[in-house]
Write a protein that binds this ligand. Structure first.
Ligand code: NAD
Length: 242
């Protein structure tokens, strides 16, 4: 069902996850536009631009009348380019926040990553209270963590409500990263390597479910359920890596 009075902009909406979010918003009858550096579809209003350019985001937000931003834009995690990660993930996210506050956007949902809480050691039964590792896994996850902090610190600024989600590996139709990476491993004949004793676990989530989580987060931001009692949360065991 379409959410009342919201106009959505999916930043990075022409990417793998972003496109599923756009499709689900369209399916429930919501108004949605896309802001991206790449143009791929022609069924929604498209704004071409880079998230590091505040005027281009602010102008798109004004023209579209956006009230809720879903920000999924990021360079691919597999790129070896710390400067680009910093520019897009940290500076770009701060630029989006500034443009959102400038134009009176009410809600911002940010796609972070489970990797922000990972440094190579096991993370078991963790929830959102798990702390960032002292030494980040890599530049990508370091910049996703910094972006997440900026988004959460912006909550309440100029009336903006914010939330960050931390998906783990995402699979499903439209993926350009996971399957091609696995296929390259196969093509290079590297399938006979094993890391660990074959008991390692890794979380994967279907892209449609990750997209749905973004819609739920947006819907609940200004309509929150009552918080569970602290005693219920304290029962959850966590392994926090230092
Ligand atoms: P994707 O590359 O398919 O989509 C990202 C989109 O962002 C692309 O359309 C790209 O053009 C756009 N973009 C990149 N830089 C931009 C810029 N400077 N300005 C405007 N647009 C820009 O990636 P995805 O797999 O859909 O990932 C979406 C989000 O989910 C990312 O934030 C990523 O960090 C996060 N994430 C992905 C996975 C995964 O397994 N794919 C796991 C955890 C978190």
């Amino acid at each position: 069902m379409a959410s009342e009075n919201n106009v959505y902009m999916v930043i990075g909406g022409n990417g793998f996850l972003g496109r599923h979010i756009v499709q689900q918003l369209l399916d429930r009858g919501d108004l949605v536009s896309v802001f991206d550096i790449v143009e791929r579809y022609n069924d929604v209003q498209f704004y071409a631009g880079d998230i590091t350019d505040q005027e281009s985001i602010a102008s798109a937000l004004r023209k579209s009348g956006t009230t809720c931003i879903i920000h999924t834009a990021s360079p691919h995690a597999t790129l070896n380019n710390p400067a680009l990660f910093h520019k897009v993930n940290v500076e770009g996210t701060k630029t989006i926040i500034a443009a959102a506050v400038e134009t009176g956007v009410r809600k911002l949902v940010f796609t972070s990553s489970a990797g922000v809480a990972f440094n190579g050691a096991d993370v078991i039964d963790a929830d959102e209270r798990v702390s960032f590792p002292k030494v980040p896994m890599d530049a990508y996850n370091d910049t996703k963590a910094k972006a997440e902090v900026a988004v959460l610190e912006a909550n309440g600024k100029g009336g903006l409500l914010t939330v960050a989600l931390r998906p783990s590996g995402i699979f499903g139709p439209g993926d350009r990263q996971a399957m091609s990476g696995l296929y390259q491993v196969y093509e290079r004949g590297q399938t006979h390597f094993q890391i660990g004793d074959n008991t390692n676990l890794f979380d994967w989530t279907y892209v449609g479910n990750v997209a749905r989580a973004h819609l739920f987060a947006a819907d609940k931001l200004d309509n929150q359920p009552p918080a569970p009692p602290l005693s219920a949360l304290e029962k959850i065991p966590m392994t926090v890596d230092e």
